[in-house]
Design a protein around this ligand. Structure first.
Ligand code: FER
Length: 294
């Protein structure tokens, strides 16, 4: 009996420490710098048939360094902003560098990352007036393209785990709004949701989370971050305030910064580090410590 108790205590200490180490607010120096001596993941462009849009659409996929078709992987859908397309993260954020480094340091659960084009319309390039109503509307239409076309395609072509606990969605700005809207609007599909500097397309909190108890029961991680000098901070803040009022566990992380990739790369680092691992929601509050935004 004593032995069992001892073992139990040891397990709690080990397990507890494992989780505590995830609490990291800023990515360490060099997290986004290419290292020559480490294994690298692979980037491919894929094409899928979209019934929603009526054309073949492109997405970028990053498979981890240890990728093997005989394993099964969870998937993170990573979304871009209003000025970008499926290549925006790659061009400006180099997520493959961040993630390769995290794998090398044992900080990341192996996963597939899919970077789609979130402007679901026939001409989905970020050209002309990117604020035109039809182009903005296409960011909402993407919900159908994602759920009915892209996810089924990925699940057919790649060795992936298909349950909600193995599916995450996150994005920057318009993509942050999409991630919150689609993730929280489809709790049966996503258990991990992240919005970095979410844009005005983010639904009103009571529409976004009409049933706080369901969100509470189903979400593994809800992550909201923003730069403190970002003009769009109100959309994150109002969501956070509603979540606090309604007792929905979430990470609210405000860091020094504006509306740029410095904040979004850190968001990717912090969010992905927590993905597909045991979560201690009691720790979430500590991310906001010392902040007037608590
Ligand atoms: C807006 C301001 C910013 C808006 C969208 C954005 C649709 C998006 C910014 C981004 O994605 O970086 O008024 O309206």
């Amino acid at each position: 009996m004593k032995k069992t108790l001892y073992l139990f205590i040891c397990m709690i200490i080990t397990f507890g420490n494992g989780i505590a180490q995830n609490l990291e607010k800023q990515a360490p120096q060099g997290f986004d710098v290419v290292r020559n001596d480490i294994p690298k993941g692979k980037i491919d462009t894929i094409s899928y048939n979209s019934k929603t849009v009526g054309v073949t659409r492109k997405a970028i996929i990053y498979t981890p360094p240890s990728y093997s078709k005989s394993k099964k992987y969870p998937v993170l859908y990573l979304l871009h902003g209003i000025g970008g397309d499926e290549k925006e993260w790659l061009t400006h954020g180099q997520p493959q560098v961040i993630l390769d480094n995290m794998y090398a340091d044992g900080k990341l659960e192996p996963m597939i990352v899919v970077m789609p084009n979130g402007r679901a319309m026939k001409d989905d390039r970020a050209t002309g007036n990117i604020m035109a109503p039809d182009k903005v509307e296409a960011f909402a239409t993407f919900e159908k393209d994602l759920l009915n076309d892209l996810i089924p395609f990925i699940e057919k072509k790649y060795p992936v785990l298909k349950d909600r606990e193995n599916r995450a969605i996150a994005g920057l700005s318009m993509g942050g709004g999409q991630s919150l809207n689609f993730g929280l609007g489809n709790l049966d599909k996503f258990a991990w949701v992240g919005g970095f500097s979410s844009a005005p397309n983010t639904k009103e909190p009571s529409v976004l989370v009409p049933d706080p108890q369901a969100a509470k029961d189903k979400l593994k991680l809800l992550f909201i971050s923003c730069g403190d000098a970002d003009n769009l901070i109100r959309f994150s803040e109002r969501t956070h305030e509603y979540l606090v009022e309604n007792d929905v566990p979430h990470i609210y992380y405000i860091e020094p910064g504006v509306h740029d990739f410095k904040v979004w790369k850190n968001g990717l680092y912090m969010f992905s580090k927590l993905l597909f691992k045991p979560v201690d929601q009691a720790e979430f509050k500590e991310y906001s410590m010392g902040s007037k935004h608590l």
